[in-house]
Design a protein around this ligand. Structure first.
Ligand SMILES: Nc1ncnc2c1ncn2[C@@H]1O[C@H](COP(=O)(O)OP(=O)(O)OP(=O)(O)O)[C@@H](O)[C@H]1O
Ligand SMILES: [Mg+2]
Length: 261
């Protein structure tokens, strides 16, 4: 038989009976990305990425610029680009690899993109309410304002006039306003002052303590490693390290080689 490249293998489209028709193999972890291969057009970018998570874990997904971190998050969230050609993604028994982005979102994938995408012309509260329109509903406004008191204080302010840190909080809160099982954060600390980073870190720990499973992608690797339980390092679209966050903090050679910190 002729060997096939990942590109030749096509992930089956969701069956008519619903995307969740597939059953997770026995002993599949709470979250598992298995041997993901994904392309932007002809560019082969995600080259066999795989990692697993237990429920309630925080995982730091790290690597240099262009390593494939954002692409991996987008693949997991099932956005159209990059296009998944091979591999499986399981979340709480659900086959994300057979779904489109809107279906993955419905079963609990919450991606907070780097650009935050606060909706212009809407107040903080309206941004949150809009997120709650499509069921299933996640956290209530009261719970969200308790978690992010700054947002409660500014609920009638237009979202786009918030400070960078407050906008990041709103972007996270808006995601939690839906029924999220897996929170995917792309560079949440970008451009923020250390004191705001600390505030968001505390909040993410609280969210974790309430059972959320979180992947954080960060250029600020040290901050992400302090937040996270586990770390996965990518280099040129492949996993080059998978272990505890503490091990990476303690291993200067590893940090120099792949993170330049
Ligand atoms: N839409 C696209 N079309 C073609 N190539 C892309 C596209 N988006 C990203 N790439 C390429 O994919 C590779 C990985 O990009 P990605 O954004 O996933 O990296 P990253 O690890 O998130 O980097 P950074 O730390 O700079 O955000 C890069 O070489 C990038 O140029
Ligand atoms: Mg990126």
């Amino acid at each position: 038989m002729i060997a096939t490249t990942p590109r030749d293998r096509v992930v089956p489209a969701a069956p008519a009976g619903g995307a969740a028709a597939a059953v997770a193999p026995e002993n599949t972890p709470y979250f598992q990305a298995r041997d993901l291969h994904a392309y932007y057009g002809e560019s082969y970018i995600v080259q066999g990425v795989g990692f697993s998570m237990k429920e309630g874990e925080i995982l730091a997904l790290l690597g240099r610029n262009g390593a494939g971190k954002t692409s991996t998050l987008r693949t997991i969230a099932r956005l159209a680009d990059p296009h998944l050609t091979q591999g499986e993604v399981w979340l709480a028994g659900q086959p994300l690899h057979r779904m489109k982005a809107y279906q993955a979102s419905r079963v609990g994938v919450g991606l907070v993109p780097e650009d935050r995408r606060i909706i212009q012309g809407l107040t903080v509260q309206q941004n949150l309410q809009l997120a709650q329109i499509a069921p299933p509903k996640g956290w209530s406004l009261e719970q969200l304002y308790e978690l992010f008191p700054r947002l409660g204080e500014r609920k009638n302010q237009e979202g786009t006039t918030l400070s960078g840190g407050e906008q990041q909080m709103l972007a996270i809160a808006r995601t939690l306003a839906r029924d999220v099982k897996l929170l995917l954060l792309d560079e949440p600390y970008e451009g923020l002052a250390p004191v705001i980073v600390q505030e968001i870190e505390k909040t993410l720990h609280k969210v974790r303590d309430l059972g959320m499973t979180t992947v954080i992608v960060e250029q600020n690797a040290i901050a992400a490693l302090h937040l996270a339980d586990r770390a996965v390092i990518l280099d040129m679209g492949e996993v080059v390290y998978d272990g505890t966050a503490k091990e990476v903090l303690d291993n200067e050679d590893l940090r120099h080689e792949y993170l330049a910190v």
